[in-house]
Design a protein around this ligand. Structure first.
Ligand code: NAI
Ligand code: MG
Length: 367
């Protein structure tokens, strides 16, 4: 799965400088797993490429020590890296809107990572609650607008002077023609690289008559430039039903920030677990480093137990290799993931008994 951006030509031998930000909870466990798999791949490359890691201790622990989710010069330091490998942010001791805005969204928005690519892969050996999964080869990609929409951060709170119970809040969604058009062109470009050339656009334009109607209009305009790609426009509630009932009709699903966030969790749950889902936060122009992270959060309920499924983080590493111009290595990682699940080396979220380390070892052996 190659996102349609210009890959950097890897010169031989090439050392990729990667900033690792494990952050909170299982983030540390799955990033360690991903690093071990990537280093095994590099070791096997006969010196063709290697990874120079620098790890940043940012996250909720850092916030409790310093009052900041990341260092003041954090973004400046991250800028020099070829890519960012991210775990998950959030812990019960810090309000979620502070931890998310202070680290992950700060990086995504400052580095204009406007395309969030989230493949939904149905792996061999992983039982899906979706019955159709047994008769079809299912995989689709959610392309999430990652810079505006419902997560534009526009709004405010006021009137607390009215006393307890009297405060108001406004949270506005921002839709620009520029933002809509670039994510849609990205989705069409991605669709052209896939067997099924189809883009499904998701909105709630019946209820949200300004932003989402603008989205629909831009979609029709952009679609005209891609006559070889099939299209459909579906409301988000209907699309969530379609994920369950007609998943074989899906190839590339493009949606606003919030809708795509929700749909990608649904997709990965249908594929077996949130622990399987990978994502790439891309700055397609490559003016900034892109960031690769599993879709799941810090999973406080299982953190520290050694149960975290590392496949989402390793799948994100495959997306990173693609982005770094190593598509053959990305394919090797994907094959290793399929080999591990085929052999039923599955963590508890998938009904197995394997630990994070067991799966990591199985992945490295499969390479
Ligand atoms: P979550 O994704 O952490 O957990 C949801 C469920 O999925 C839990 O039952 C958990 O055990 C399971 N799960 C998640 N990752 C798994 C893995 N690798 N292996 C096995 N099972 C796994 O979502 P939740 O509980 O809503 O949020 C927890 C914290 O994470 C919050 O602070 C939230 O803000 C944050 N969060 C951060 C994200 C990010 O950094 N990108 C994304 C989503 C949530
Ligand atoms: Mg999410």
């Amino acid at each position: 799965m190659t996102p349609p951006t210009k890959p950097t030509k890897p010169t031989t031998p090439r050392t990729f400088r990667i900033a690792a930000i494990p952050a909170d909870g299982v983030g540390a466990e799955v990033v360690a797993a991903g690093r071990a798999v990537l280093d095994a791949l590099a070791q096997d490359s006969a010196g063709r490429f290697s990874f120079a890691w620098e790890e940043f201790p940012w996250g909720c622990g850092h916030y409790e020590r310093t009052g900041r989710m990341m260092d003041d010069d954090g973004l400046e330091r991250l800028r020099a890296f070829d890519a960012i490998y991210f775990g998950a942010v959030g812990w019960p001791t810090v309000p979620d809107h502070i931890s998310l805005w202070g680290l992950r969204l700060a990086i995504c928005q400052s580095f204009d990572q406007w395309a969030n690519v989230r493949p939904v892969r149905f792996l061999p050996g992983v039982p899906s609650p979706l019955r159709a999964a047994d008769d079809h080869d299912l995989d689709w990609v959610v392309v999430r607008e990652n810079s505006e929409g419902e997560y534009a951060g526009l709004g405010g709170r006021n009137l607390s002077g009215r006393g307890p119970g009297g405060e108001v809040a406004v949270q506005s969604a921002l839709f620009t023609e520029v933002g809509c058009e670039r994510i849609m062109r990205f989705a069409f470009g991605l669709a052209r690289t896939r067997a099924r050339k189809k883009v499904s656009s998701v909105t709630k334009s019946n209820a949200q008559q300004y932003g989402m109607v603008l989205w629909d209009e831009v979609f029709r305009r952009v679609a005209a430039d891609y006559p070889d790609v099939e299209t459909e426009s579906v409301l988000v509630d209907a699309m969530s039903a379609k994920f369950v009932l007609r998943p074989q009709d899906l190839s590339v699903v493009v949606a606003s920030n919030l809708n795509a966030d929700i749909l990608s969790d649904l997709g990965s749950a249908l594929a077996g677990s949130l622990g399987l889902a990978a994502s790439a936060n891309l700055n397609p122009e490559r003016r900034f480093p892109s960031m690769f992270e599993p879709v799941h959060g810090s999973a406080p309920d299982i953190a520290g137990k050694g149960w975290a499924n590392p496949i989402g983080a390793v799948g994100s590493a495959a997306l990173m290799l693609d982005h770094l111009g190593l598509p053959d290595q990305a394919a090797r990682l994907e094959q290793a993931i399929a080999a591990a699940t085929t052999a039923r080396t599955l963590t508890r979220d998938l009904g197995g008994t394997a630990s994070t380390t067991d799966v990591t070892t199985a992945l490295i052996d499969a390479l």
